[in-house]
Design a binder for this molecule. Sequence first.
Ligand SMILES: *[C@@H]1O[C@H](CO)[C@@H](O)[C@H](O)[C@H]1NC(C)=O
Ligand SMILES: *[C@@H]1O[C@H](CO)[C@@H](O)[C@H](O)[C@H]1NC(C)=O
Ligand SMILES: *[C@@H]1O[C@H](CO)[C@@H](O)[C@H](O)[C@H]1NC(C)=O
Ligand SMILES: *[C@@H]1O[C@H](CO)[C@@H](O)[C@H](O)[C@H]1NC(C)=O
Length: 353
Amino acid sequence: MAEYYCFYNKDTNTLIVKPTKKSLQLSRMLILAAVMICSAYICLFCSKQIPSPLGTHIPIIKQEEQTCHDPRILQTQLLHANYPKPKTYSREECKCTPVRLFVIVSMQRSGSGWFETLLNSHRNISSHGEIFRNIERRRNRDAIMRVLDDVYNLDWNSSASKWHCTGAVGFKWMLNQGVMDHYEEIVEYFNRRGVSAILLFRRNHLRRLISLLANIHDQKAKQLNGTHRAHVHSKDEADILAKFKPHLEVKHLISTMQEMQKWASDALQSFKSCRHMVLYYEDLVQNHSRTMDALQFLELPRQQLHSRHVKIHTRPLEDQIANWNDVVEVVKGTQYESFIAASGHQTQLLKTP
Ligand SMILES: *[C@@H]1O[C@H](CO)[C@@H](O)[C@H](O)[C@H]1NC(C)=O
Ligand SMILES: *[C@@H]1O[C@H](CO)[C@@H](O)[C@H](O)[C@H]1NC(C)=O
Ligand SMILES: *[C@@H]1O[C@H](CO)[C@@H](O)[C@H](O)[C@H]1NC(C)=O
Ligand SMILES: *[C@@H]1O[C@H](CO)[C@@H](O)[C@H](O)[C@H]1NC(C)=O
């Protein structure tokens, strides 16, 4: 409130002070009046802040909010800048470092694990992973809201936590983890608190399907020394996992891809009223500078980002599907034809330039 009045008075001053000699006397009087009004406001506000001996207390929260406001930040940007006060620890010297709230909305095997490790390599970002993988946390609307409050108040603890100096906090939310079941309340929450959504999708549903099936296979086969790994950090490990060639159920292939498409378009539709950006995995892989767009979106300084993730499926599609000819037969002439023509990605350690 106080900032508003001060801006307001500043504005009135600039309106009032006109460089005409005739009205100089009048101007001075008006300035004096404006200064007096402003002082009166400040006095009024300050007297409210100081706990009076009569017992009127203004919560400390109010005072901190006020002292944290940086006048260089425009009113319109305030929505994205929060000053959380965690219950579990003190933000100390960083209590006035504004925090951006975000969420990565995605689907399994769409590069979100890689993308999140890139973000977490930024010194100001804490992205807590797939916290709603745990069914209890998304049992109902209230459970979800409690988790969101903890995350965005900086009370969520994970290996990604950067504690008191976090400049942006978020997590990864898969579309099948309750977000679409309660999207109206969630969108309302995001808009109320100023949460920005990064929607990350994969264009090529066929490649996504292969990655899904290979991952499901490894959950049982545990190909890397008897442990299941959804992501790997070396080319040798990637090669072992990529050896598996799934046999695709051609009868359901088109409808499966249509379903994937629908999930993505429903999500885009649901989150379009939030502050959001859309990223495609294929674009990130081809052009690592796209990750800088995400930093810009989060209003954070540019910084080199890195991840140890190594891409698993890098070979041409025909080397990755057991019944390739059947698949070509079914997909040819449909809207998904471009997926089978898409060239393989090069083997590379995924790193930003
Ligand atoms: C966060 O979790 C780690 C281990 O998971 C624990 O050692 C640490 O005490 C926790 N911190 C807080 C503030 O809860
Ligand atoms: C990023 O982190 C550094 C070090 O903790 C801090 O000095 C800086 O103010 C932070 N910047 C933002 C934008 O949060
Ligand atoms: C399996 O474990 C051995 C010994 O720890 C290690 O040398 C090898 O690289 C591991 N292989 C894989 C595929 O992780
Ligand atoms: C790479 O991405 C950046 C950031 O979005 C963009 O400015 C640039 O034009 C892209 N380069 C290519 C070759 O597409």
